[in-house]
Design a protein around this ligand. Structure first.
Ligand code: RAT
Ligand code: ZN
Length: 441
């Protein structure tokens, strides 16, 4: 967590005291540094999921964001790279992006920030010291330390019931972890029904390839069964830039007749992440996806047709951000969240967050980490706090100039909403929106 400013020399104004112009930035920094974060979308797993939970230097370096950068600077083809062991891949990325080049991109800087957080050297020609540090960490204690450094108290995972590896843990009644909550991911059902319906059929659900007849009712039964197993805080799907609704497709039929009714019955939001173009370059595997501008009229139709459902929405294209804010002003069952993937760079985060504050006040969730490797929450959240610090300070100074005094208590209330309680209210519907972060998600 970022250190609160040194306040020994100047007395800190109390919660209810009006701040002077010059006191605002340090009050904002201090509140940001001490407000626990609820990270609403990650790909992390707790230790009980064994090898599915990624952590340590080799995983950090082989993050797909870095692999995409590696292929631009290395003299290695994707085929050659995929043939290497994970350790050799990490060595190659370190050598190319951190030794032969200066790590000034966002993803490379992130690795540097993680090494620094553990007081590890950031400029060595090899990874020996970092490897020996990470391999000596007992995992549960390491998870606690990482959460503490990152200032995060809960994360939401991404849980795919049709991923055979992951499902095997759930089917064995894997122990739940208080800091990791589930999200029931539906991509294989909603975006790829034709290649996955047989998995459901094989498990005894009476579904067919066209998603007709009893299929919707049976998918709903499948969701209820997995809800009982995972206790997810929302259901989720990542959709392509060409997503349209209402279009007569198997995915839309299942969305309308199975997923949304199940979400309504369970009082769970549906998370829609819209705008990915999967496998633009399949040679790059996970790093091979791209982005496209989506037609958000599909979202408008969903919010209007299902006013009793709640939609958590992130859009991948920069060009869709303003429309998303406009829709959020029209539909209170829509909660914009995060600056996703290619948008998670300070210049773009800054632009989107400013736009959201100007149009929505504090009624949105500014960021999620999308971390795939545990330690990434350290740098991703420290970057978010850094960007928020100066946007918020600027807003309060403007407010002061316009004639309304600002107290530390105002800042705490706003930051709590942004980093914690908006996400909490949307992921635990029975909990009232409170100013004070609580220990439950
Ligand atoms: O940001 C990412 O790591 C992407 O690969 C995706 O996982 C994306 O976040 C998603 O959840 O579909
Ligand atoms: Zn993700």
């Amino acid at each position: 967590m970022i250190e609160p400013q040194d306040t020994r020399r100047t007395p800190v104004p109390r919660e209810g005291e009006l701040l002077k112009n010059a006191e605002i930035p340090s009050a904002v920094n201090d509140v940001l540094a001490t407000t626990p974060i609820l990270d609403i979308h990650t790909h992390l797993f707790p230790p009980a999921f064994g090898k599915l939970g990624l952590w340590g230097i080799d995983e950090l370096l082989t993050y797909h964001y870095l692999e995409a950068e590696f292929f631009r600077s290395a003299d290695t083809t994707p085929q050659e790279y995929w043939a290497l062991s994970k350790r050799a891949q990490a060595d190659a990325i370190w050598k190319t992006l951190f030794v032969e080049n200066t790590p000034i991109s966002e993803a490379t800087r992130g690795v540097i920030a993680v090494l620094k957080a553990f007081q590890l050297p950031t400029d060595r020609p090899d990874l020996a010291e970092a490897r020996s540090f990470f391999s000596a960490q007992p995992i549960e204690a390491h998870v606690q330390r990482v959460f503490q450094i990152a200032g995060v108290n809960r994360v939401v995972m991404t849980n795919d019931p049709l991923d055979p590896q992951e499902a095997s843990f759930w089917l064995r009644d894997v122990a739940s972890h208080p800091q990791f909550r589930a999200a029931l991911r539906l991509d294989r059902i909603l975006c790829n029904w034709s290649t996955h319906w047989q998995m459901l059929a094989g498990q005894g659900y009476r579904v067919d390839e066209q998603a007709t007849g009893k299929s919707a009712a049976e998918v709903r039964r499948f969701l209820m069964d997995w809800h009982a197993r995972m206790q997810p805080v929302y259901m989720a799907v990542s959709l392509s830039d060409t997503f349209e609704y209402p279009e007569d497709t198997a995915g839309n039929r299942l969305l309308r007749e199975a997923v949304l009714p199940a979400c309504h019955e369970l009082d769970l939001p549906l998370s829609l992440m819209i705008g990915v173009r999967r496998q633009v370059n399949p040679l790059l595997r996970l790093a091979g996806d791209g982005v496209g501008r989506a037609d958000l009229r599909a979202l408008e139709n969903l919010c209007r047709e299902f006013p009793e459902n709640r939609f958590l929405v992130s859009v991948l294209s920069r060009e869709n951000q303003h429309e998303l804010c406009v829709y959020a002003r029209k539909f209170s069952n829509l909660m914009p969240f995060g600056c996703w993937w290619f948008l998670n760079n300070p210049s773009i985060v800054e632009e989107i967050t400013r736009e959201r504050i100007e149009m929505l006040g504090t009624s949105f969730v500014p960021q999620h980490s999308d971390a795939r490797v545990l330690e990434q929450i350290i740098y991703k959240w420290s970057n978010t706090r850094r960007t928020l610090a100066h946007i918020l300070s600027e807003r309060y100074v403007l407010l002061l100039e316009d004639g309304r005094g600002v107290m530390r208590g105002d800042i705490r209330r706003d930051v709590t909403r942004l980093l914690h309680s908006n996400a909490q209210a949307w992921t635990s519907p029975r909990a009232p929106l409170s100013d004070a972060p609580t220990q439950t998600l």
